[in-house]
Design a protein around this ligand. Structure first.
Ligand SMILES: NC(=O)C1=CN([C@@H]2O[C@H](COP(=O)(O)OP(=O)(O)OC[C@H]3O[C@@H](n4cnc5c(N)ncnc54)[C@H](O)[C@@H]3O)[C@@H](O)[C@H]2O)C=CC1
Ligand SMILES: O=C(CO)COP(=O)(O)O
Length: 336
């Protein structure tokens, strides 16, 4: 039987592993760092750190031994924070089999290098691009752990690899589509976290659906500008990994990025928000890499600029709003 190793037992790693176990076409093992989480998954079929009281598939197993998880794995699913992937994968690569497919669940851009996660995965592991895939879309982990219906895209330059991944993920409540535009899918996922921070700030400031919809729509426009400049197909951003994920994340109180922004918008200081956040809010760090990519490609990204200024340069939400609203009047453009 196909073996899937999910490296990371946090929110999305656990929900994804459980979803693949439910799909029934593969044997699934999760690698976690904490023995209490590993023991709880094996003995009580529960991850008390992320989804207390929620029943996981009893066939799902866990191990704290990375080599054991990776042994003879056909698919190696990477579910760690974007900024730690390079370090994590460096430790794991010697145990990854010669024909394994790497699958990134991550939505971030590496600080310093501005690399997408599939690029980091290829560079560190030596696994060729044809065997590196990305899963993205409107996938709030808790809803999927609750077995609510969802869709996603499985992206790989080599379509047969995406189809293999689709086969092991398809279930009664999860409908995966395939695409070959890895650049568009990864940029869609990384930038939506930045836009979700901005939406969260607006929500925290007490604004309603007009502000939210405006940020989502203009956020999509700047995402398309960047992604197309870097080689993506425009239509990908109108799909699940672009618009779909933006709508889900920006509309949901379950989003860690939106929640982070909301706390800042409601008056907490950045330090207080950081101290109150235990899970990964990727947009906080990735916003700097996204802005750097925009500068390199000469693309204008005003919402991203405002987010970077609020997250890293002490601009207050009120100042960011004033700066955004006083921009020069212009015709509406979607993309270019
Ligand atoms: N939670 C969600 O709803 C979704 C998350 N994602 C993406 O999946 C990726 C992982 O996110 P989550 O599972 O939600 O994050 P999380 O914060 O819930 O879990 C991160 C996991 O990585 C592990 N880890 C391994 N090495 C680490 C290190 N050096 N530092 C910190 N943690 C380390 C942690 O122990 C933990 O199990 C992110 O890129 C996120 O954007 C994508 C779709 C949905
Ligand atoms: O990517 C997500 C939903 O698709 C989850 O968003 P957060 O990381 O903001 O929780």
């Amino acid at each position: 039987m196909t073996k899937v190793a999910v490296m990371g037992s946090g929110s999305w790693g656990t929900a994804f592993a459980n979803m693949v176990a439910d799909a029934g076409a593969a044997e699934v093992v999760v690698h976690g760092r904490r023995s209490e989480v590993v023991d709880a998954i094996n003995q009580r079929h529960e991850n008390p750190a992320y989804f207390p009281g929620m029943a996981l598939n009893p066939a799902l197993t866990a191990t704290a031994d990375a080599a054991k998880a990776l042994h003879e794995a056909d698919f190696v699913v990477l579910a760690v924070p974007s900024q730690t992937l390079r370090g994590n994968l460096s430790a794991w690569r010697e145990h990854i089999g010669g024909q394994a497919v790497l699958v990134s669940l991550m939505k971030g851009i590496e600080l310093g290098t501005c690399r997408r996660m599939s690029e980091v995965a290829t560079e560190v592991s030596g696994v060729p691009e044809d065997r590196v895939a990305v899963v993205s879309g409107p996938n709030l982990a808790r809803e999927i752990a609750e077995r609510q219906p969802a869709t996603a895209v499985m992206a790989c330059r080599h379509e047969p690899t995406a189809v293999r991944l689709q086969h092991i993920c398809k279930s009664a409540y999860f409908r995966p589509y395939t695409v070959t535009d890895v650049v568009g899918v990864e940029l869609g996922g990384a930038v939506k976290n930045v836009i979700a921070l901005a939406v969260g700030v607006a929500v925290g400031m007490g604004f309603g659906d007009n502000a939210k919809a405006s940020l989502i729509t203009r956020g999509l426009a700047e995402t398309v500008r960047l992604a197309v400049s870097l080689g993506a197909g425009e239509h990908t951003l109108a799909g699940l990994a672009g618009l779909g994920d933006l709508v889900a994340t920006c509309g949901s109180p379950l989003s860690r990025n939106r929640t982070f922004g909301e706390k800042l918008g409601s008056g907490m200081t950045l330090e207080e928000v950081v101290a109150a956040t235990s899970q990964t809010a990727e947009g906080v760090k990735s916003s700097e890499s996204v802005l750097e990519l925009a500068r390199r490609t000469g693309v204008e990204m005003p919402i991203t600029e405002a987010v970077v200024a609020m997250m890293h340069h002490d601009l207050s939400p009120a100042e960011a709003l004033a700066a955004f609203m006083s921009r020069t009047a212009k015709p509406e453009r979607y993309g270019f």
